[in-house]
Design a binder for this molecule. Structure first.
Ligand SMILES: *Cc1c(COP(=O)(O)O)cnc(C)c1O
Length: 388
């Protein structure tokens, strides 16, 4: 394919002085060294320290949320988000099959079952239409006689539907306003897996701030990194307090006593990682600007091709373009493209294998997932890192 050759040349021009052009790699051009050394000198390298507090303040401010709680990674943040939202063993959680496995693993840690609804072709994220259709067909309402509160239950099995977890794929926001309306209508808490979308906005509002709880990841391959790390954001003070409590071994604060009032987790982000994260977050606007410029270059390039389409940020989005992606005609064309680029030291990757095709989620209920299947077969992620 002639286009592929031209694409390889373009990428090599864009990412000069690189043997292998990776999909996304971290860069450290700010205060990273300074803050890390400062954390070491302070002796506060573990779960207590000024950088953890500063990181939480920064995340709350950036995401437009009242509270942020730092965690060891995004998966732990998701697990905690589900716990504090009241998801229990035996419940159902509605998510999408086109996601990174961590979303569904976290749901499984609780002992809840995954249900997968389809994504939108344009957003790559949960489709509000598919969600509503599934709920209309499968839900019955029950009212708790003690509290008078309504809940949704899955008709077939009588399981409570206790959360909806959409994911903002590759940094593009799904139609989260519609999903939020549906979640309210059905009395189901909304948890946003915004792991990939720090710095992304939908209708001017930061992703992760639409639901009851939002989750970010700061893994090494994300837009900004703490080495490993995550965060939970919420406007609900009780939820924020509970999240902090559960992630610190559920220890009741006291000057010397060790008393733990429930089963907790060692999920708190260490100060060393927070130091790195603070320096990285200072660069967030710069990185996002740089990544959006790259997306523009790709868009221009692929506009001239007939066989490949660049995936543009959906309507109402201001995307961080965490991973740029393209869509090919079919799986055969996609595989040819993957082979030629990777053989020429330009790293490209297909979308994840759909969760519904992994052994542990193969028996999960889903709605047929036509768009998810089409995307999984035709999408390729292309080099998307920040260019110096
Ligand atoms: C990266 C990611 C996570 C998990 O983050 P970790 O920090 O690696 O645990 C969760 N969900 C999605 C969609 C992700 O991309």
């Amino acid at each position: 394919m002639e286009t592929t050759g031209k694409f390889i040349s373009l990428v090599k021009d864009l990412f000069i002085n690189k043997e292998l052009i990776s999909l996304h790699e971290p860069i450290f051009i700010g205060n990273e060294r300074k803050y890390l050394l400062d954390a070491i000198d302070s002796t506060f390298v573990s779960s207590v320290g000024q950088y953890v507090n500063r990181f939480e303040e920064m995340i709350a401010r950036i995401s437009g949320s009242k509270y942020a709680v730092a965690t060891v990674n995004g998966t732990a943040a998701l697990h905690t988000a589900l716990l504090v939202s009241g998801v229990k063993r035996g419940d159902i959680v509605i998510s999408q099959a086109l996601t990174f496995v961590a979303t569904c693993n976290a749901i499984s840690y609780i002992g809840a079952s995954n249900v997968f609804v389809d994504v939108d072709i344009e957003t790559l994220g949960m489709s509000p239409d598919s969600l509503l259709k599934w709920l209309e067909k499968n839900t019955i309402f029950k009212t708790n006689p003690d509290t008078g509160l309504k809940s949704s239950y899955y008709k077939n099995t009588n399981q409570r539907i206790s959360a909806i977890v959409p994911m903002h794929t590759f940094g593009h926001s799904c139609r989260i306003d519609k999903i939020s309306d549906i979640a309210s209508e059905y009395h189901i808490p909304l948890i946003e897996d915004a792991a990939e979308s720090i710095g992304s906005y939908f209708k001017g509002k930061h992703t992760g701030s639409f639901g009851k709880v939002g989750v970010f990841s700061f893994n090494g391959n994300k837009t900004v990194t703490s080495g490993g790390g995550g965060a939970i954001v919420t406007d609900d003070e009780q939820i924020a307090k509970l999240a902090k409590h559960l992630t610190t071994q559920a220890k009741v604060p006291h000057q010397w006593d060790f008393f733990h009032d429930s089963i907790g987790y060692n999920y708190r982000m260490p100060n060393l990682n927070a130091a790195l994260a603070c320096a990285q977050l200072e660069q967030l606007d710069l990185y996002v600007k740089n990544k959006r410029e790259l997306a523009d270059i790709y868009l221009d390039f692929f506009r001239q091709t007939e066989d490949i389409k660049f995936v543009v940020e959906p309507m109402h989005n201001e995307s961080n373009y965490w991973l740029c992606s393209i869509r090919l005609k079919d799986k055969t064309e996609r595989d040819k493209f993957l082979k030629e680029t990777n053989e020429n030291s330009v790293m490209t990757r297909p979308a994840w294998t759909l969760m519904s095709e992994l052994p542990m989620f193969r028996n999960s209920v889903h709605d047929g997932l036509p768009s998810s299947i089409e995307i999984a077969q035709t999408l390729v992620n292309i080099p998307s890192g920040v260019r110096l």
